[in-house]
Design a protein around this ligand. Structure first.
Ligand SMILES: Nc1ncnc2c1ncn2[C@@H]1O[C@H](COP(=O)(O)OP(=O)(O)OP(=O)(O)O)[C@@H](O)[C@H]1O
Ligand SMILES: [Mg+2]
Length: 275
């Protein structure tokens, strides 16, 4: 049997990138002429691009280029930051975000992972169960199932399954970062936003989380803000380059890194000549 199998010609394996392109779907997030201001200060001006279903969309750029502000606009943080003003149009799954009145419903669709783990003074279990409980889930076995599933998807389950009742804030930085990912997944978001998740995480944990993201993109869409250009190269299907509040360019990551950037500033940044 073994000999027979060996005689079979190997099935043609499509190059990784082509396989990925086939999996990526229609636009799920459309950004049109988006301008974000804090008072008179423009943080992002006239940005237009789209994010496609099941892709990892990378955003890179130096400090103060407007990356976090963009994620804030997606999360409708302008409701809480009173100087922040958002103009233009962002639609998600066909829905204009500015018309969404129920921000809890929005947060169920769009999960966010911030750069530094936000240590809620809760047990590991309660960190993940919090949002489902707020959404009305009471049944213990449903909650147990959600907690296990999300911690497993965030590659943390094996490390914490024996101490779910201990405080989340006692975990290591890398574990806390994975806990925030589990928390973000607890409501089955369609879109996951990550802002420089590896800032407080060691390289080994960074690699583990990168593997988690590669798996997750089969189920949801990811916008990944990173100041590690090589991380975008490893993970993102397409990458946007932001600079001083403008979206300079969006392109296939592979092409951008193979010298195919259209704008010289993008090429310079990706090749480490500034930033
Ligand atoms: N709450 C705020 N009030 C006023 N200005 C702000 C506020 N938040 C951000 N800004 C300004 O908006 C611009 C864009 O900031 P933003 O945080 O979006 O950049 P970034 O690309 O995420 O930078 P970094 O890589 O340092 O995280 C900056 O000039 C910043 O100073
Ligand atoms: Mg930022």
């Amino acid at each position: 049997m073994v000999g027979e199998t060996e005689l079979q010609p190997a099935p043609p394996t499509p190059p990784h990138a082509e396989q990925r392109r086939a999996e990526i779907g229609a636009p799920i997030l459309t950004v049109e002429d988006l301008t974000i201001r804090y008072g008179n200060k423009v943080a992002l001006a006239n940005a237009s691009f789209e994010v496609r279903k099941h892709e990892i969309f990378g955003i890179v750029g130096p400090a103060n280029s407007g990356k976090t502000s963009f994620l804030r606009a997606l999360n409708r943080m302008d409701e809480f930051v009173h100087t922040m003003r958002v103009d233009g149009r962002v639609s998600f799954a066909g829905r204009d975000l500015s018309t969404v009145r129920n921000l809890y419903a929005l947060r169920r669709m769009i999960g966010v992972v911030f750069p530094l783990p936000v240590g809620l003074p809760l047990s590991i279990y309660d960190n993940v169960a919090l949002a489902p409980r707020l959404a009305g889930v009471r049944n213990r076995s449903d909650l147990d199932e959600t907690v296990e599933r999300c911690l497993t998807r965030a590659a943390l389950w094996d490390e914490v399954k024996d101490r779910l009742q201990s405080l989340g804030s006692l975990l290591s930085g890398g574990q806390q970062q994975r806990l925030t990912i589990a928390r973000a997944l607890s409501q089955d978001p369609q879109l996951l936003l990550l802002d420089e998740f590896s800032i407080a995480v060691d390289p080994v944990t960074t690699m583990r989380i990168e593997e988690v993201l590669k798996e997750l993109r089969h189920e949801l869409t990811i916008v990944l803000v990173t100041n590690l250009v090589q991380q975008a190269r490893r993970l993102a299907d397409r990458t946007a380059f932001f600079l001083n509040g403008t979206c300079v360019e969006v392109g296939e990551t592979e092409r951008l890194f193979a010298g195919g950037a259209k704008d010289q500033r993008t090429a310079d940044y990706l090749e480490g000549r500034f930033g």
